[in-house]
Design a protein around this ligand. Structure first.
Ligand SMILES: [Zn+2]
Length: 67
């Protein structure tokens, strides 16, 4: 099974996340690059629940740990 770092992509830029990338987590647990979130203007995005490095998010939220 590919690791979380291989499977997850930013829904805005479609790039994979690196451990040190700054990301936001929205209310339905979508991970988005912090920069993408703040520069995206095409439609409203969900409110932010948490933000920080991708590594921190993976370490903090157990829904990343499945499989
Ligand atoms: Zn992005």
């Amino acid at each position: 099974m590919p690791s979380i770092y291989e499977r997850l992509r930013c829904p805005i830029c479609a790039r994979k996340f690196k451990r040190q990338d700054k990301v936001v987590l929205d209310m339905i647990n979508t991970v988005i690059h912090q920069e993408c979130y703040h520069t995206y203007t095409e439609k409203p995005l969900l409110p932010i629940k948490d933000e920080g490095s991708f590594r921190k998010m993976v370490a903090t939220y157990e829904f990343f740990w499945d499989d």
